[in-house]
Design a protein around this ligand. Structure first.
Ligand code: SAH
Length: 215
């Protein structure tokens, strides 16, 4: 049995050593990562590893991203509190919970119904309610609620799905890993009028984005 205090300590260490030390400064983001109990999003067998510097299995061949990757991607979205956010790849719902703490509302799309159902339970457990989980092919985005101030894709795509660009609001940011199935580049794409400005945020490794505009 691991005590609650131990998790709080592990979380603080995670934020200091893996996230702040690597240059993330957004106080609201650091606070959210310090407070959201990441271990409750993974199987109890993985609780002792939940705050370690690596991804973890969440079932159905999928993974919860490394804490730093969650921080880096969220930071790149530049959330200030009022945004409507679209997430593609709910997984266990951990990234969703962080986004929900920093924005007004989050729509999160997952293709695997079993994962989405478990994520719903996880989010309720930690008291996150400003989210709508959807089971669908997220490579088509979620047009019903578009446009979005921020879109985050937590699976690797062969190219940026056109619907996701189209569902960005003016000034909106899309953060997405694009590459082959082994390694990808993390891109931030910002909509400026009908122009899309691309910034390279570095190399990364994600599970496949599977769907009409994916693999
Ligand atoms: N953010 C998640 C990461 C999950 S891994 C977390 O914190 O747990 C990526 C997820 O993307 C997987 O759950 C996978 O099933 C999902 N996925 C892959 N292709 C998808 C698609 N086209 N639409 C929605 N979800 C997709």
């Amino acid at each position: 049995m691991i005590a609650r205090n131990d998790f709080a300590l592990a979380r603080r260490r995670m934020v200091e050593e893996q996230i702040m030390r690597r240059g993330v400064r957004d106080q609201r983001l650091l606070k959210a990562m310090n407070e959201v109990p990441r271990h409750l999003f993974v199987d109890e067998a993985f609780w002792s590893q939940a705050y370690n510097d690596h991804p973890l299995a969440i079932g159905e061949g999928q993974t919860i991203s490394q804490p730093f990757m969650v921080a880096l991607m969220t930071d790149a979205l530049g959330l200030t509190g009022g945004e409507k956010v679209l997430e593609i790849g709910t997984g266990c719902g951990y990234q969703t919970a962080i986004l929900a703490r920093l924005a007004d509302w989050v729509y999160s799309v997952e293709r695997l119904a079993g994962l989405s159902r478990r994520a719903q339970g996880n989010l309720e457990k930690v008291g996150v309610f400003n989210v709508n989980l959807v089971v669908a092919d997220g490579t088509k985005g979620w047009p019903a609620e578009a446009p979005y101030d921020a879109i985050i894709v937590t699976a690797g795509a062969p190219a940026t799905p056109r619907p996701l660009r189209e569902q960005l609001a003016q000034g909106g940011r899309l953060v997405i890993p694009v590459g082959d199935r082994r390694v990808q580049t993390l891109w931030r794409i910002t909509r400026k009028g009908e122009e899309f400005v691309q910034e390279d945020l570095g190399g990364c490794r994600f599970v496949d984005l599977i769907g009409e505009h994916g693999w």
